[in-house]
Design a protein around this ligand. Structure first.
Ligand code: CIR
Length: 253
């Protein structure tokens, strides 16, 4: 049974980090309700939810994906690019201890957000963004090359993370916004493009063969459905205002 690590929404989420988005009011009660519904969908898809402790004074702490990359063999604890988020990693490392024999840590001068790490089988792309750098990419390569992973850096523009621009929606299918990432990097994959009116729609969470997807992007959802992909829709309005997506709110392994 897959494990999904999640953390409650911070009551201070409205003070979240924002890079490309204008600040908008966030309804915390609604964010909490949406997060519970997201967890219900993960449970319905067979995940066991493991709750991390609430971090009231870390506004972005619901976005647990940024703190760890968990692979079959090892876990890597990140060193988030935003200083305000570095206090989030300790409890994630602690929670992962029972599940992985070997836990590595990204170290200064490396900075890495899990949102910049796209894993498809043994291929890993690391977004070179405002949050993740070459030093972290080199550390990832050192840790993972001996385990047979091909780890490559890829330039991210106009958005926060690599996975704001591209995510997997099947074993050989990617959902991608061509304005934010160079699609030719992924020439071996089937590509579904986001609808031009929904630039933020490339973030989908693939669990096994199931895809958790925000109901907030109906036109891209239609494209996915037309491609034969079954979607499990969640309302994600408050997370989206905080520049997050569906992958960000859990670490599934
Ligand atoms: C941040 O800027 O760090 C948060 N407001 C959003 C993080 C979203 N995380 C993700 O896409 N993996």
């Amino acid at each position: 049974m897959p494990i999904a690590l999640t953390r409650p929404v911070s009551p201070n989420m409205a003070e979240c980090e924002l890079t490309h988005f204008e600040r908008q009011p966030i309804d915390i009660a609604l964010a909490e309700k949406q997060h519970e519904e997201y967890e219900d969908v993960l449970r319905a898809l067979g995940c066991e939810i493991v709750h991390l402790p609430e971090l009231e004074f870390h506004p972005d702490s619901v976005f647990v994906e940024d703190c760890a990359v968990v692979l079959e063999e090892v876990a890597i604890i990140t060193w988030p690019g935003a200083e305000t988020r570095r206090g989030e990693v300790h409890s994630v490392a602690e929670a992962l201890e029972p599940y992985r024999k070997k836990i590595y840590y990204i170290e200064d001068p490396g900075v890495l957000d899990g949102g910049d790490v796209l894993v498809v089988g043994k291929q890993i792309w690391v977004g070179m963004s405002s949050r993740s750098n070459t030093a972290a990419l080199l550390q990832m390569q050192q840790i993972l090359a001996p385990l047979g992973y091909l780890v490559q850096g890829v330039k991210v523009k106009n958005c926060l993370h690599l996975k704001s621009a591209v995510t997997a929606v099947g074993p050989d299918t990617l959902l991608l916004n061509p304005d934010w990432i160079d699609a030719s990097i992924f020439e071996d994959f089937n590509i579904i493009e986001t609808h031009p009116d929904e630039p933020g729609a490339a973030n989908a969470l693939l669990i096994g063969e199931d895809v958790v997807y925000p109901a907030d992007f109906p036109m891209t959802a239609l494209r996915l459905a037309e491609a034969g992909i079954e979607l499990f829709l969640v309302d994600n309005s408050e997370v989206i205002k905080a520049e997050g997506g569906v992958t960000c709110c859990s670490v599934v392994f």
